[in-house]
Design a protein around this ligand. Structure first.
Ligand SMILES: [Fe+2]
Length: 257
């Protein structure tokens, strides 16, 4: 299994507090059956700025620690980019980086954007501008934003315009409460989800685990769905085409009516 969203790089954001914690998170990942993890430190969220060259350097450092400690896990570079003011201007600089150098960029929506009445206009612009620059946004944990959780059509709007969506594993399994779990379920049911990722921050509460969430998807839906989500993580790091359930879900609805 591959995890496309984690805060395993030590001391750069609110994730791993030191190298020991990062190595412990890596051990938990390996125990869960994970072989590669994308390190996606926060960038531009008003608290943390982590620019691409630093992320690449720190990823190399962590891989060296993992090798010395004989922990069979590979860390790949990435970034969780907050939609800060004029952030699209930074596309032409070397501050931003997508998942493992692919076209898939992990994007965290700012609260200002999700509360904005011009939400659709802004999101359409973001998706369009990224696509012109050769990138595809992956919306990080939509189930944890009121705007998407309350009104799933907002997420559908983004997905139909080319965005992808990533649920957090612990949202799916219910660790973040019933409301978030039921929002996750709705999004999965509508075929709006392309990835499940850990968004791991530590070794106790937000751990680097995925298997429980995939098992849950398999129980609630089918093994084909969980396999699609698993494979999509590999496809993202390899910069390959991502599979979706959206069409299938829509066809099914058509059939039922
Ligand atoms: Fe995150």
């Amino acid at each position: 299994m591959i995890d496309i969203h984690s805060h395993i790089l030590p001391t750069v954001d609110d994730g791993a507090i030191d190298i020991e914690t990062a190595l412990e998170m890596a051990k938990q990942a390996v125990a869960d059956g994970i072989t590669a993890v994308v390190a996606t430190p926060h960038h531009g969220n008003g608290r943390f700025d982590n620019e691409a060259p630093d992320i690449h350097r720190l990823t190399d450092d962590l891989n060296e620690h993992l090798r010395i400690s004989q922990i069979p896990l590979t860390v790949l570079p990435g970034q969780e980019i907050h939609t800060y003011r004029n952030w699209l201007d930074d596309l032409s600089t070397n501050k931003l980086t997508a998942i493992n150098g692919s076209r898939y960029m992990l994007v965290e929506c700012s609260n200002a954007l999700t509360l904005d009445q011009r939400f659709e206009v802004e999101m359409e612009e973001i998706i369009h501008e990224l696509s012109v620059a050769g990138f595809v946004p992956i919306i990080a944990h939509p189930e944890r934003y009121g705007v998407f959780a309350k009104d799933i059509s907002k997420l559908k709007f983004c997905v139909e315009r080319g965005a992808l969506a990533q649920l957090t594993a612990h949202s799916v399994t219910g660790l973040f409460g019933e409301k978030i779990q039921s929002a996750s379920l709705k999004m999965l049911r509508e075929g709006l989800v392309h990835f499940v990722a850990s968004d791991a921050h530590d070794t106790e509460y937000r751990m680097l685990q995925l298997s429980g969430a995939y098992e849950w998807v398999e129980r609630k839906f089918d093994s084909e769905y969980s396999l699609m989500l698993k494979k999509n993580a590999l496809r993202a790091v390899n910069n390959e085409e991502i599979e979706t359930r959206l069409e299938k879900t829509q066809k099914r609805k058509w059939y039922f009516f």
